[in-house]
Design a protein around this ligand. Structure first.
Ligand code: NDP
Length: 448
């Protein structure tokens, strides 16, 4: 008999926590997972999944318009936010059910309560029950940051945006990162008047500059408004419910909804981590070693709460590696090199490896190949929008060290191409591959 109630107690049933629970249980561990909200975490409940479904919904605006050029007799179509919203939320419920089934079928005990760490091997549940475990895994994710300005309580975050009563006629989106650009595209396609308010002059820091510029150019030409270097002063709610964003300089902007997309901070508040000597970094993220172990021998952490790469597939890998290491007798670390990522903006962009600037800094001499083209279907549709693909090559070794693209289906194409970049293939290897014609992806093997 073990001296503990469980071999593993997981706090948080999101992407990382569920994967770790399932794999640890499959290795024979007795596992419990506590979740105070819904099973599935940010990705399934209020992030990647419902967002992507809204992106699909938004795309119909242009697709229905373009269809006429392809001979379809499309009558005037109206968009109903509540239909899409309810269908998306229904799909989220279905997926949550699948996640619960996975835990059930692996005999993981699901505890629908908040859990707080009380020591290296103990947690206390909201009901007052105390539980002990040989190991504790913290997988509590991250939470949206609200800027500290007067009237901020009138704004919402990505947590609430999927539940709006109606589609806003005017929306101000604060921030210039992933969430801001994705929801700007979504609401613009639904017919909202969209204004992005960004504190700096830079969108999507970390992505290749030319690709970011292309997104800005296309977004502006579609009619999305931008306020750069804008310092917000306060948000005022007027008698008729209009929200008015006031700035330190320049005219105020009126909106029906204000969406804050100003980053996410690790979810550690009130978790009791100090009771077990778990160290945090200066941003409040849990510090872990390569094997996801914290400064406390028996406590591990994975996913956004560790603020390494705030991406679902990374959290899943970390959770899996943790379970294999601790319960599978197979110590594994996660390889963070060449992790592809995408922004599901409108059009989407995606990248893997080094940007041109990073490669120049690191390697000195690089060769840059670009293809700037109008996708075939846009030519017939009479749409001026151009795609841009960019390949960064180490001039000394001919190795492709970065691929960046913006255009239709860029994330789908980049996922496959990322395998070649990760594998260290050369520009010559790309050139040796015969084009698949006609496709957009063939540009990758035709770069001159
Ligand atoms: P991001 O980190 O992408 O962007 C945050 C933005 O908010 C930046 O433009 C930043 O400006 C600005 N900002 C930060 N603090 C403030 C402040 N106090 N006042 C005003 N502006 C501020 O965060 P998101 O919220 O968009 O997304 C959170 C994370 O979720 C992402 O980093 C990503 O890891 C993940 N995510 C991934 C997606 C995907 O893979 N497709 C989709 C959605 C989210 P500056 O650049 O000047 O610092």
């Amino acid at each position: 008999m073990s001296e503990f109630d469980f071999d593993l107690f997981v706090i948080g049933a999101g992407s990382g926590g569920v994967r770790a629970s399932r794999v640890a249980a499959a290795h024979g561990a007795k596992v419990a997972v506590a979740e105070e909200f819904r099973v599935g975490g940010t990705c399934v409940i209020r992030g990647c999944v419902p967002k992507k479904l809204l992106i699909y919904g938004a795309h119909f605006a242009e697709d229905l318009k373009d269809a006429r050029r392809f001979g379809w007799n499309v009558p005037d179509c109206g968009f109903e936010w509540t239909t899409l919203r309810d269908n998306v939320l229904g799909e989220v419920d279905r997926l949550e059910g699948l996640y619960r089934n996975t835990l059930d079928s692996h005999k993981v005990e699901m505890i629908p309560e908040r859990a707080v760490v009380t020591g290296p091997h103990s947690v206390k549940l909201a009901s007052g029950r105390e539980v002990t475990a040989k190991y504790i895994l913290v997988a509590t994710g991250a939470w949206p940051i609200m800027p500290e300005i007067e009237g901020a309580e009138h704004g919402i975050t990505s947590n609430e945006v999927f539940h709006l009563e109606q589609c806003p006629k005017r929306i101000v989106i604060v921030g210039g990162g992933y969430i801001a650009n994705e929801f700007a595209g979504i609401f613009h396609q639904f017919g909202s008047h969209v204004t992005i308010v960004n504190r700096s002059g830079t969108l999507l820091r970390g992505y290749d500059e030319q690709i970011r510029d292309r997104l800005l150019q296309i977004s502006m030409s579609k009619g999305i408004n931008f306020r750069f270097n804008a310092q917000m002063e306060r948000i005022e709610k007027t008698d008729d419910g209009t929200l008015c964003v006031h700035f330190q300089s320049g005219d105020p902007v009126a909106a029906d909804v204000i969406l804050f997309a100003t980053g996410r901070k690790p979810n550690v508040d009130g978790l009791g981590l100090d009771s077990a000597g778990v160290d945090l970094d200066d941003k409040g993220a849990i510090k872990v070693d390569d094997y996801n172990k914290t400064s406390c021998e028996s406590i591990y952490a994975v996913g956004d709460v560790t603020d390494r790469l705030q991406l679902t597939p990374v959290a899943i890998r970390e959770g899996h590696a943790f379970a294999d290491t601790v319960f599978g007798n197979n110590p594994r670390t996660v390889d963070y090199d060449c992790v592809p990522s995408a922004v599901f903006s409108h059009p989407p962009l995606a990248g893997v490896g080094m940007t041109e600037a990073q490669a120049k800094n690191k390697l000195g001499t690089v060769k840059v190949y670009t293809s700037d083209f109008r996708p075939m279907k846009y030519v017939l549709a009479g749409r001026e929008e151009r795609a841009l693909y960019k390949m960064i090559v180490d001039a000394t070794t001919d190795r492709v060290v970065g691929l960046h693209m913006i255009g239709p289906d860029a994330p789908e194409i980049l996922q496959a191409a990322a395998i070649a970049v990760k594998a260290g293939l050369t520009k010559q290897d790309f050139d040796d591959t015969v084009a698949l014609h006609p496709s957009m992806a063939e540009e990758l093997v035709l770069l001159k």
